[in-house]
Design a protein around this ligand. Structure first.
Ligand SMILES: C[S@@+](CC[C@H](N)C(=O)[O-])C[C@H]1O[C@@H](n2cnc3c(N)ncnc32)[C@H](O)[C@@H]1O
Length: 311
């Protein structure tokens, strides 16, 4: 593939401090090279670029095997990074909309439920790895982050708080497809814990399954042969009409029939969180709360809840 954009006008437009790949020194960072670049260029860097260009091979972590990547989100390589860039753009947009100054020096980011580090890596366009912490409950996930040299601090956390995450240590916390699986009790325990970890004025952005997911489970059930990775989905939200009514009343929708996961059913399954629930229950910990349904942002199939801690 042709290396796109690297010497194009769009790069010189991006501001001072930008250096070309061919002149990058050992101390150049991905942020210096790509900050403000178009998404297509960042996608190239995260995929073909890191494989093709010696400078990028050095600056990026290694990529886990395709099968391993798929274990976390069912996606891999270009497909997974396309989704991750969309998600990260939305997360950062929400943080800005809630008044967080993302250019503030020393800003700290936490990727909650980092998995193998795909969202973490897409954050490298805007933040140096030293400013990002990844945490997860799964040893296997943290082990691969270390093996691939993700370059961020990594913290193992338990299924439920308390954690060793320091109080008021993060300005921005993102969680892609973690709250999409947590029961109501686990959800609320983590919201409280992450509010503790945020600095005053900090922002939490998480995703949850969207309303359309309830009908999607029915379509999976109707398939003549259900693939193993979809068994949990197929087992969830039987009687979709009743679940949708619940959702429309603003009630938390959780089904722990996750079939195949090793985690307890009362903790992990499929969670579809409506706006009414987030507005009512998150207000104990946050001053401003924004809910963007997947149907509205149209970028990926999860809804987004963002909230700002007072201060
Ligand atoms: C669907 S994967 C998403 C991974 C990553 N956020 C991404 O988008 O690539 C969900 C991740 O959440 C992690 N997880 C589950 N429960 C968690 C918890 N209570 N705290 C932190 N991570 C958790 C899982 O181990 C897994 O890595």
């Amino acid at each position: 593939m042709k290396i796109p954009f690297i010497h194009s006008q769009s790069r010189t437009d991006a501001g001072p401090g930008r250096v070309g790949l061919d002149t990058a020194s050992d101390s150049t960072t991905l942020r210096e090279l790509f900050r403000g670049c178009p998404d297509a260029e960042w996608l190239w860097a995260l995929t073909d670029g890191r494989a093709e260009h010696p400078c990028l091979r050095r600056l990026f972590p290694a990529l886990p095997e395709e099968q391993f990547q798929k274990q976390f989100t069912g996606r891999s390589n270009r497909d997974t990074f396309t989704q991750a860039i969309d998600a990260t753009n939305l997360f950062l947009g929400e943080a800005r909309a809630l008044g967080l100054d993302l250019d503030r020096p020393g800003l700290e980011v936490l990727d909650f439920g980092c998995g193998w580090g795909r969202i973490t890596q897409t954050l490298f366009r805007d933040f140096d790895p030293a400013r990002i912490t990844g945490c997860d409950v799964a040893d296997q996930a943290l082990a691969i982050c270390r093996e691939t040299r993700l370059g961020c601090e990594l913290i193992k956390i338990p299924y439920l708080p308390p954690t060793e995450l320091s109080e008021a240590s993060a300005d921005l916390i993102v969680a892609y497809s973690v709250f999409s699986h947590l029961s109501e009790d686990a959800h609320m325990a983590w919201v409280e814990e992450l509010a503790r970890v945020l600095r005053p004025g900090g922002v939490l952005v998480v995703t949850t399954r969207c309303r359309a997911f309830i009908d999607y489970t029915e379509s999976v059930r109707r398939q003549p042969e259900i693939p193993p990775h979809a068994l949990g989905t197929a087992a969830s939200f039987r009687d979709p009409e009743a679940w949708k009514q619940r959702y429309d009343r603003g009630e938390f929708c959780f089904d722990g029939a996750n079939n195949g996961q090793h985690w307890p059913d009362d903790y992990y399954g499929e969670a579809v969180v409506p706006e009414g629930f987030a507005s009512a229950k998150w207000s104990r910990f946050f001053t401003q709360i924004r809910f963007t349904p997947a149907e509205k942002h149209g970028k990926f199939d999860q809804s987004v809840i963002a909230a700002r801690k007072s201060g």
